[in-house]
Design a protein around this ligand. Structure first.
Ligand SMILES: Nc1ncnc2c1ncn2[C@@H]1O[C@H](COP(=O)(O)OP(=O)(O)OP(=O)(O)O)[C@@H](O)[C@H]1O
Length: 442
């Protein structure tokens, strides 16, 4: 529960600050609990508001201050002389890292008002954090498509049928699956996610269905598989089209018979699991090419959900970008920044081959790299949509862009056959995955 009135108000004074000490008797009688620490303190006492005396010498090397601010859930107030306030760059530094500032000499009444506002803000930020932790699992977006998707999920959550979720990489398929689980009657049970493309072929059978001790070399003890681990809950089979054909047959059998046998076992074990499956591939094409079993497709495709690419719902970009900026600012310990107009225009124009995941990664990078008050398009690693005279960039940056473009094109053309895409680029499939991850595309 959020209760400002009854809570103790904790103030931290960073030593040395002789001027701050003169304030303490009045602040204590106004109800502030005061403690102190050094600027390089490893574990500063928890507090709501901090007072930090900014000396000109520290401003040349602000890293210690940033470190302290980063690692506290505190609203900070800078205390500085009028001269220090005129130092170059100090305004940007304060507005980025501090809630407010106060120039010396102290005006006690004003300080009390500032501290009170900072305290209120610290508590609101605390509450915001709790809300955001919940939001981390929420499907955000104001576009018509997202509203329809949320309505559809509510309807599908009420059933126990298999759902096939289709959409490009990074469009939120796993988030859809988690939302379906959370809204279903199975929500108290486990949600178990398996990326079928990430498990080596020879281990998939035992990973999904478990094995008995001694059933193969290396099976030193009995192991339950993901199906059993999801009992009473939901099993999410991501990249289901990556399952080898023989495993597809086994999966079909388990779905039909609602029971399984562990590898090397003889006993039939009942299965009480709702299966949700996802793919970015065109499964009908995969069936035509003999790479996916038609009967399994019909078994999985009882209900369908399609997650739209981000470029087809640009209206969601500002909301998602602000959300990620807020989220990562908490992680990094900086105040959340807004986006410059140029950065926002570039985001709206960008084709987003890696969809929401790419957006999240770029905003994170922007939040870390931005020097000023706003995130600029360079901080996001984006370029202006119609560059006039492009500035010369480093060879490293040219290479990075070329790599990004090659990956995006390969992904756009061969989304349904990543092994082929990797082969055509002359790299292995794991390297392809690693590079996609590096560029925030998948
Ligand atoms: N509508 C949304 N609102 C908030 N966050 C989202 C939304 N869509 C996706 N995300 C976030 O983007 C990231 C990628 O989403 P997710 O993993 O669900 O995509 P995916 O389609 O399953 O990707 P892949 O096919 O590569 O596994 C996650 O961090 C997810 O929380």
């Amino acid at each position: 529960m959020f209760d400002v009135v009854d809570s103790a108000r904790r103030l931290l004074v960073v030593d040395p600050c002789a001027d701050c000490l003169t304030l303490l008797p009045e602040l204590r009688s106004a109800g502030w609990e005061v403690s102190s620490c050094a600027v390089d303190s490893v574990a500063p006492p928890p507090c709501d508001v901090g007072l930090l005396r900014l000396q000109t010498a520290q401003l040349a090397r602000p890293e210690r201050i940033k470190e302290l601010i980063r690692h506290s859930n505190t609203e900070w107030i800078a205390v500085l002389s009028p001269d220090a306030l005129r130092t170059k760059g100090v305004g940007d530094f304060i507005s980025e890292w501090f809630f407010d500032f106060h120039t010396l000499p102290f005006d006690v009444e004003r300080v009390q008002v500032t501290l009170g506002r900072a305290f209120g803000m610290a508590r609101l930020r605390g509450r915001g954090r709790a809300i955001n932790e919940e939001l981390g699992s929420e499907l955000l977006g104001q576009s018509h498509a997202m509203e329809e998707l949320r309505k559809l999920i509510t309807k599908l959550a009420a059933t126990d049928s298999t759902v096939l979720i289709h959409g490009e990489s990074g469009t939120g398929k796993e988030l859809v699956a988690r939302t379906l689980h959370r809204q279903s009657r199975r929500s108290r049970g486990p949600f178990v996610a398996v990326n079928c493309g990430a498990i080596p072929e020879h281990l998939i059978q035992s990973e999904l269905f478990g094995h008995e001790k001694g059933s193969f070399t290396g099976a030193h003890q009995r192991k339950i598989g993901r199906f059993e681990a999801a009992a009473g809950g939901t099993l999410f089979l991501d990249e289901v089209a990556d399952l080898p054909l023989d495993l597809q047959a086994n999966l079909l059998r388990v779905l039909q018979e609602r029971q399984l046998e562990r590898v090397g076992g003889t006993q039939a074990i009942p299965v009480d699991v709702r299966v949700l499956a996802a793919t970015h591939m065109d499964l009908e094409k995969a069936i035509a090419e003999g790479r996916f079993r038609e009967d399994l497709f019909y078994r999985l495709n009882v209900l369908q959900v399609e997650t739209l690419p981000l470029r087809e719902r640009p209206g969601d970009i500002p909301l998602l970008a602000d959300y990620f900026s807020q989220l990562y600012s908490q992680e990094i310990g900086r105040r959340p920044r807004r986006f410059s107009d140029d950065a926002m225009d570039a985001m709206k124009a960008h084709p987003w081959p890696g969809n929401v995941r790419e957006l999240a990664n770029r905003v994170r990078r922007g939040q870390v790299l931005a020097d000023g008050r706003q995130i600029e398009l360079e901080d996001l690693g984006l370029s202006r949509s119609a560059p006039t005279a492009p500035a010369l960039i480093t060879l490293e940056e040219y290479k990075r862009r070329a790599e990004y473009q090659a990956l995006s094109e390969a992904l756009a053309r061969y989304a349904d056959n990543l092994s082929l895409a990797a082969r055509l680029l002359g790299i292995s499939r794991p390297t392809f995955y690693r590079l996609l991850h590096k560029h925030g595309i998948r």
